[in-house]
Design a protein around this ligand. Structure first.
Ligand code: SF4
Length: 362
């Protein structure tokens, strides 16, 4: 692609861009805190879903100092349902770092912003350009797609040479026009025109020069080296209640998914075809739980939760345990009616909601 091709690209893109075409609450903001908050919430989340979360966070924690001083559990609870909980943990760590190391002011360059937990090259470039006017182009999945198609380039976007090449193409495309406007424009363009599966090439202001369009390769680009492999996991939750309406839960620890969220005692099996009685002989069955004292009530349907690399199939097995002790090491025994105070993975929240809807509380 020549310099003239990139000049055409940015001129056409900026002429097409109208901020109100895709209204976002954070487009009105130019301060780093609100931009950062919205960018972190929107990573791996659809805009329609992210918007409500962004508004809730911005209202509950109006400044980075408010967020830094927040209780960890309260932040996890507010995040509940958004998934990818490492983002919530990084959100808190980054807010505390901004307060402790930068006196409550966000650093003003993409290079420095990248040192904050959870802030990658894309988010750093977005904050630096929107809040501080730094001349730096954002590069994310949308940008890869638009550039690969416009330039007709089939270098895999997830390879090391591909990442370097597309970062350079993004800089060539940006040229000397204001980065904040260009970055907003290219993101809106990726969401509205040059979309993954149904690109609006006929209405596209770039089509005259677009190599993929002119060569009939729109849906062959961009190219990826690796295709995602998913693995299946089968979870069995023991929902154990006593006569005082207490239920046993614990907080997840370690490196696995859903760290810091709450759950019922868990047994993970290699397939879902396991009878409730068989679970008592499984190595994950808790040592402190005497199977003979439990009265089995019900087994739920199988719930499914799709994560990026894993599909989780979940069955809930309900029991009454009249002789439940006053406390159990590493577990909590809250009253049923207090369960909604805890942050659970989405699949457990869904199960609890279904039970509540049916007035079938265990
Ligand atoms: S012509 Fe089609 S493929 Fe090319 S940039 Fe426009 S929408 Fe994307």
């Amino acid at each position: 692609m020549t310099k003239a091709d990139w000049k055409y690209f940015r001129t056409q893109l900026l002429a097409w861009y109208l901020p109100e075409r895709r209204p976002m609450p954070w487009k009105e903001h130019r301060d780093a805190y609100n931009i950062w908050l919205s960018e972190i919430i929107l990573q791996q989340t659809r805009v329609e879903q992210g918007r409500a979360y962004y508004e809730r966070f911005a209202e509950t924690y109006p400044t980075v100092a408010d967020l830094a001083a927040a209780d960890d559990d309260a932040v996890m609870k507010l995040w509940e349902g958004l998934g990818y909980y490492s983002r919530a943990r990084n959100l808190l760590r980054a807010a505390r770092m901004v307060v402790a190391e930068y006196g409550g002011q966000f650093p003003d360059t993409a290079d420095k912003l990248r040192k904050l937990p959870g802030v990658g090259p894309y988010t750093a470039a977005a904050i630096a350009s929107f809040a501080f006017g730094e001349q730096v182009a954002v590069v994310d999945g949308n940008v890869y797609r638009i550039l690969a198609r416009y330039a007709g380039n089939s270098t895999p976007i997830d390879s090391t040479p591909g990442k370097k090449l597309f970062a350079q193409l993004a800089t060539d495309a940006l040229g000397d026009v204001p980065a904040a406007r260009f970055n907003q424009a290219i993101m809106d363009f990726g969401a509205l025109i040059c979309t993954p599966k149904r690109a609006s090439c006929k209405e596209c202001p770039l089509s005259t020069n677009c190599r993929a369009f002119n060569n009939g390769q729109v849906y062959e680009l961009p190219v990826k080296q690796k295709t995602l492999k998913r693995r299946d996991r089968h979870f069995h939750y023991l929902v154990i209640k006593d006569d005082a309406d207490r239920t046993i839960i614990r907080q997840r620890q370690g490196k696995d998914i859903w760290k810091d969220l709450y759950e019922f005692p868990l047994i993970e099996t290699v397939s879902n075809e396991v009878g409730t009685q068989e679970l008592a002989h499984h190595p994950d069955w808790p040592e402190w739980l005497p199977a003979a004292e439990l009265e089995f009530t019900k087994r739920s349907q199988v719930y499914k939760q799709q994560l990026t690399h894993q599909t989780i199939y979940v069955s809930f097995h309900t029991f009454r345990w009249g002789l439940m002790p006053g406390s159990i090491e590493n577990y909590l025994l809250p009253q049923n009616k207090l369960l909604d105070k805890f942050a659970f993975p989405r699949v457990i929240t869904k199960y609890i909601e279904d039970k509540t809807l049916l007035l079938d509380l265990f």
